[in-house]
Design a protein around this ligand. Sequence first.
Ligand code: HEM
Length: 230
Amino acid sequence: MNQFWWLIYPYLSVTVLIVGSLYRYAFNPMSWGSRSSELLEKRQLRWGSQLFHWGLLLVIVGHVMGLLIPVSVYQAIGISHDMYHTNADILGGMAGLITWIGLLILLIRRLGNRRIRTNSSVSDIVALILLFIVVSLGDSMTLIYNNVVGPYGYRHTIGPWVRGLLVLHPDVALMSHVPVLFQIHIILAFLLFALLPFTRLVHIWSLPLAYLRRTPIQYRSRQQYRRHPS
Ligand code: HEM
């Protein structure tokens, strides 16, 4: 089983992510996008989406710092184990909570608002629920496990395993004694990666950089236009 979950499954997931995204882009380009529902409801979306996206950006920075940068680099620049974990707990915990609150608002909006629910596909709901579970598990690792059971040294197990995956030489044994909570978080994260091409989450590949350079478009409400038609 270890070979499957920590060797075959991650590569399978990333293969589906890449091939599935390319396939959809090439053969179904009109379906590509975030399928914004802003026209149907704005207030909850503004809060939920801002909190979720900014929180997630910080969570991604935290994952890079904890998993991709080896402990030896921190030691070389004088950041001790305790210093790292205190900061990771506080900053990572806050980032995780912001992401979680944003997702909760988006979930309540999607399932609770009749207009949004009617306009949602199964994949919209599955993606949101899976994101919510992955983030809830991540938060319970950082905020609950680390404070109740004690800080888990993922930088000595999960970190080197992830870096091994990137250079196509993962050490499966590193993952066999990782706490189950952490294992489920990672397995569901890879499931999310594999499902991504079949959901609205494909929009992560489309950074709207042209947006920054394009000529501004001005939108005015019809009432305002009637008052000042110039
Ligand atoms: C290869 C995939 C992933 C791995 C190996 C991984 C691993 C980890 C680890 C080791 C932690 C730290 C737990 C601690 O503080 O003790 C963590 C926390 C967390 N993860 Fe992940 N994770 C992955 C993907 C994801 C994804 C895709 C998301 C969200 C969409 C996510 C959301 C979170 C959150 C919200 C936290 C708690 C806040 C934080 O510490 O930043 N993770 N994850």
